[in-house]
Design a protein around this ligand. Structure first.
Ligand code: NAD
Length: 290
């Protein structure tokens, strides 16, 4: 694959509406690289029924420069790679694979670096001592790691499924080597939020399919910062309530854009323009979930 062009792809399921291909193609072109970004969807022919190992091998031998990995392959991909960054190995989750000219596959996690960069940019300087995160799924895992390694001393994590919150806390505490995260129940969550500096929604609450908020937002005061990972809509009910109560807020588009910014830089070695990628992202419309 000549260095003046880029061949990229997204491996996952249900990728029809993903805006990631258009985002990378536009940024590649803006950097002087003809860029083709393929959806590699195992629910769709001709990849239906193919194994992840087969698809990785095909990408390797056909000269792909890199891949993004999404649901349900972020964990499954790890043992199939030649190398994994320390952060992705610790998290047990890879969303970006760089393919060297020699065909070596190296995995990274830009969900966590993307959330951290968005946090620094959108909520720089806020008090971070104690925070509450609601939602302990795939995104919640990356977000909790970012919070615990970017200034939050004590993070309470709650989930509809308490075992998930406990498991997330145990795994992040093991990674960071301190009791940074505590799994808690949803009962009394508003009192815990009232005593914290900030709160993050990492549940699907606020999306079109799950309207509303994961907790009663009357507990928010102007001293709270509030972040949402949901970006469709950009202005979730939580962010609207938080703004009305005078809180500083961070919407989900920052994480979505910065995970792509970091992936693009890993793929190409070129630092892309975050602002241009954000504008591209927003111009694509926010009618899909990935
Ligand atoms: P997931 O299904 O893996 O996890 C969601 C978790 O939230 C589950 O553990 C579930 O039990 C919990 N939950 C659901 N409703 C709850 C409630 N009312 N109270 C407490 N816990 C609740 O999903 P995910 O992959 O972690 O994605 C979560 C959301 O993140 C998606 O809906 C999507 O909108 C958003 N997302 C954002 C980005 C981004 O870059 N900003 C990327 C992917 C997904």
């Amino acid at each position: 694959m000549p260095r003046d062009s880029l061949l990229l792809g997204l491996i996952g399921q249900g990728l029809t509406l993903s805006r990631t291909p258009a985002l990378h193609e536009a940024e590649g072109l803006a950097n002087g690289r003809a860029t083709v970004y393929r959806r590699l969807d195992t629910l769709t022919d001709p990849l239906r029924g193919k194994s992840l190992a087969e698809i990785l091998d095909a990408a390797r031998i056909t000269g792909f420069n890199g891949l993004n990995i999404t649901h349900p392959y972020k964990q499954e991909v790890l043992p199939l790679l030649d190398g994994v960054s320390d952060q992705a190995a610790q998290l047990g989750s890879v969303n970006t694979v760089v393919i060297s000219p020699e065909g070596r596959l190296t995995g990274y996690n830009t969900d966590t670096s993307g959330f951290a960069r968005g946090l620094e940019e959108g909520l720089g300087g806020v008090p971070m001592a104690t925070a509450v995160q609601v939602g302990a799924g795939g995104v919640g895992n990356a977000v909790a790691y970012a919070l615990a390694t970017h200034g939050v001393e004590h993070l309470y994590v709650a989930d509809l499924e308490p075992a998930r919150a406990q498991a997330l806390a145990e795994s992040i505490n093991e990674i960071v080597g301190r009791k940074a995260v505590e799994g808690i129940g949803l009962d009394g969550i508003e009192e815990t939020i009232a005593g914290a500096s900030g709160v993050v929604n990492a549940t699907p609450m606020g999306t079109l399919h799950h309207p509303g908020t994961a907790f009663d937002t009357s507990c928010l005061t102007p001293d709270h910062w509030v972040a949402d990972v949901v970006y469709m809509p950009v202005e979730t009910q939580l962010l609207a309530d938080a703004r009305a109560r005078g809180c500083r807020t961070l919407d989900g588009t920052r994480m979505a854009v910065y995970q792509a910014v970091d992936a693009f830089e890993l793929f190409t070695g070129i630092a892309p323009s975050p602002e241009r990628m954000r504008q591209t992202f927003l111009s694509l419309g926010l009618a899909s979930a990935q």
